[in-house]
Unconditional design. Structure first.
Length: 329
């Protein structure tokens, strides 16, 4: 699947849609349908994304018993003022380091009681690691930007950020089971997701087309445009409408719509993994599902209805849609 050749024309799609409506309105001498600016729903609140995993409370004498291994240093760092203000990604890396340090301390310990306590701590931290990962994924400010920022639309170019965003999402999923995490690489992927905001652009484009093509189709149907072709020789008005359809829908809008379909199926495998992950909250899954599944289905239905309107008009007016498509290739 190739990318359409164009410069970054994200705002251009909205302009083309609005011009499409205006040109149709001019031909039909009817008020232009109301143009709807696309807005993504608000990202879930932090409280709806679930509680953070509780810390293990360690008594002072227990902490003193740990001075023989690295675990004591990690715990001490965590309990400083800066340690308590960790970002979600930093906290997840800390939890991974803590597990490794616990394993080391268990191996070095020759006191049965301490060894048993360390093993219980390890089991607790190990069982809760998926939830620490989920907290990082859902509550990082970068993911909020990546999924809900209302800025720009896709343009069908590399600037959309499909490949870099896919790589970032796949890396974030993989770090759950990675033994060695490079914090610099992790933060770079977070930065990429926030800057590209690829999924937000994709879903906002989907909403833009869904809302405005739905109103345009309904408006055209209400004007009973097919009645223009009841005569043996269709009036020039239908020729003008066909030209507007070709110049704006086929040549400008449909190529971007094609990219929506392509992008959707490219991101589906990784998003489906998020949607079935047991540790992620219902609110997070619902947000993704509403845009990726419900929203995409509404978009497909709307596109099909709009195209069906024109197919019906061309059939009644004996105009070949293949000729229109050929002229736009």
């Amino acid at each position: 699947m190739g990318l359409i050749s164009a410069c970054d024309s994200s705002p251009q799609l909205a302009k083309d849609l609005e011009t499409y409506q205006q040109r149709l309105s001019n031909v039909l001498s009817s008020p232009t349908p109301h143009f709807i600016p696309a807005l993504l729903p608000a990202y879930p609140t932090l409280t709806s994304l679930g509680d953070d995993t509780p810390d293990i409370l360690i008594k002072l004498h227990e902490f003193t018993d740990l001075q023989y291994c690295q675990l004591a240093t990690l715990i001490a760092q965590r309990n400083t003022t800066l340690g308590k203000l960790q970002l979600p990604s930093t906290r997840f890396i800390y939890e991974k380091k803590l597990l490794y340090a616990l394993q080391t301390c268990i191996a070095l310990s020759d006191e049965p009681a301490l060894r048993e306590k360390l093993q219980s701590w390890y089991a607790h931290k190990h069982d809760n690691l998926p939830f620490a990962w989920a907290s990082m994924l859902q509550k990082s400010p970068e993911i909020k930007q990546a999924l809900s920022r209302n800025a720009n639309f896709i343009s069908g170019t590399e600037q959309d950020g499909l490949q870099t965003s896919l790589a970032a999402l796949q890396y974030l999923f993989k770090v759950q089971t990675s033994d060695d995490i490079d914090s610099t690489v992790l933060e770079e992927h977070w930065k990429t997701l926030a800057q590209d905001a690829f999924l937000a652009k994709l879903w906002r484009t989907q909403i833009l087309l869904t809302q405005n093509l739905a109103t345009t189709t309904k408006w055209l149907e209400g004007l009973n445009v097919t009645a223009y072709c009841q005569a043996k020789t269709p009036p020039k008005k239908v020729d003008y409408l066909s030209n507007v359809f070709r110049m704006y829908f086929i040549e400008k809008i449909q190529p971007v719509a094609t990219q929506i379909n392509y992008y959707h199926y490219q991101v589906s495998p990784i998003l489906d993994r998020f949607l079935t992950h047991a540790a992620l909250s219902d609110a997070f899954k619902h947000y993704i599902s509403e845009q990726h599944q419900v929203g995409f289905h509404a978009y497909q239905t709307t596109m099909q209805a709009h195209i069906h309107f024109w197919q019906t008009l061309f059939k009644v007016c004996d105009i070949s849609p293949t000729q229109l498509i050929a002229t736009s290739a």
